[in-house]
Design a protein around this ligand. Structure first.
Ligand code: NAD
Length: 429
């Protein structure tokens, strides 16, 4: 099928290369000229395992093209995906400026029947909004349909998630329009849920809110565990093996970050409010999440007798492993807390350093994990990168001024750290 994908970020680019690999004729479009130029050379603007090979293959095989023109891409396509960012606005509600802009750009180029697919995470009612924008350009209603097809990929495993999604959600007013997407995705052989626009839009917010709630729940349990001398990991295992609960998203830590959970929980609350429901449960999810890192930093500050004049090493900056994404990353909060209280930060991340440098150009950055620990008063594990799992902890401690470790991701075993002389603190006992 002839497909256009507008927006080549984590979602749009992965969607584009996967659909090209499935044999569709795909054009990926972005308004960012620098991104377009890089993509044309086969260089992905984001870090995502496997993306570079698939991008290059798509370009070489001719199934994938890169463009800066929404109009041109729309004119040649039967299906046009909108995969632009929907960041939180000042009041927490999603900013739909980019979605509106793309809808306005698509409309004048609709010359034959086109399915416009909203893949961005958006509040209930956005499908109708896109439809109204297209109609306002004088496009006949029979020439298009708007479909909601929310995305569930996770950065770091985005390609696998797109090739093997747990489910594909398709929301549409007309069954025929939904069936176009069923046809597009048929080759994946995955379960599909066909529903109305509102339900599809709500599924995405409800899903992410539920996952965030699970994380805040176990983090609240971690606080109780610290107070009563229990071990949160054992508690998580004990409840997670109950198949009604499930073990995923029950790792106590610094809390959730990234570009999705914080904004989608806010989006769910705002959507509920708009329809007259006060979703207090989710308000608490946010508060627990915010306090989780703050509590950890307070414990570190107390242990060090204040941050003034102290050198703190941060292991990991990305909001989670296998991505360079630092949107709403816990590292940013920790850097701010330490530096604003007079401490010095030295940080290491295998991939995300360049992105943090743009925000914090003046902290120190190390080339590797043993270098970051050099002369540190404390070491803080912020992101659970795989390469941190097999470290020589004795060598790590030997570089430090004081062998103080604050493990924000429960990456190491207490016994292993203490055996080589670390004073080990973590979350949840
Ligand atoms: P992103 O910020 O990485 O990428 C968005 C891209 O859209 C950018 O390259 C930007 O230049 C481009 N863009 C913006 N306006 C444009 C326009 N008018 N014309 C052409 N291009 C334009 O965003 P993302 O992380 O890929 O997220 C996209 C959407 O998918 C969001 O709604 C997000 O919530 C949702 N989502 C993200 C993830 C994730 O893990 N990142 C997962 C599921 C859903």
């Amino acid at each position: 099928m002839k497909v256009a994908v507008v927006g080549t970020g984590y979602v749009g680019l992965v969607t584009g290369v996967v659909l090209a690999q499935l044999g569709n004729d795909v054009v990926c479009v972005d308004k960012d000229a620098a991104k377009v130029e890089k993509l044309r050379q086969g260089i992905p603007p984001i870090y995502e395992p496997g993306i570079e090979e698939m991008l290059k293959r798509g370009l070489e095989d001719g199934f994938l093209q890169i463009s800066d023109s929404v109009a041109e891409a729309t004119g040649r396509s039967e299906i046009v995906f909108i995969a632009v960012g929907t960041p939180p606005g000042e009041d927490g509600t999603p900013d739909l400026t980019a979605v509106r802009a793309v809808a306005n750009e698509i409309a004048p180029s609709i010359k034959r029947y086109t399915v416009i697919v909203n893949k961005s995470t958006v509040p209930v009612g956005t499908g109708d909004m896109v439809e109204e924008i297209i109609l306002s350009h004088g496009i006949e209603p029979h020439l298009f349909d708007v479909v909601s097809n929310p995305e569930f990929l996770r950065e770091g495993s985005a390609i696998r998630d797109t090739l093997e999604p747990d489910r594909i959600v398709i929301g549409a007013k007309r069954r025929d329009a939904a069936l176009r997407l069923v046809e597009l995705y048929a080759a994946l052989e995955r379960p599909m849920i066909i529903t109305d626009l509102e339900s599809a839009e709500l599924i995405k917010y409800a899903g992410n809110s539920f996952l965030a709630m699970k994380i805040s729940f176990i983090n609240a349990i971690s606080r109780v565990a610290e107070l009563c001398g229990a071990n949160v990991q054992d508690v998580a295992k004990g409840i997670g093996l109950d198949s009604r609960i499930g073990s995923q998203f029950l790792s106590a830590g610094l809390g959730y970050g990234g570009s999705c959970f914080p904004k989608d929980v806010q989006g769910m609350i705002a959507t509920s409010q708009r329809y007259g429901y006060d979703f207090r449960l989710l308000q608490e999810v946010i508060e627990i999440n915010q306090d989780q890192t703050a509590h950890f930093v307070r414990r570190l500050e107390t242990r060090l007798g204040g941050f003034e004049g102290k050198r703190i090493a941060l292991m990991g900056l990305a909001f989670k492993p296998n991505t360079d994404d630092i949107r709403d990353a816990k590292s940013l909060e920790i850097i701010h807390a330490i530096t604003s209280a007079g401490g010095t930060v030295c940080a290491y991340d295998p991939i995300a350093e360049a992105n943090v440098r743009r925000i914090y150009p003046d902290i120190e950055y190390a080339e590797g994990v043993y270098e970051v620990a050099q002369d540190a008063d404390a070491l803080v594990v912020v992101t659970e990168w795989n390469e941190f799992r097999q470290l020589d902890l004795a060598r790590l401690g030997a570089c430090m001024k004081q062998k103080v470790m604050f493990d924000g991701r429960r990456l190491y075993k207490r016994e292993a750290a203490e055996r080589v002389g670390f004073e080990y603190s973590t979350i949840g006992g």
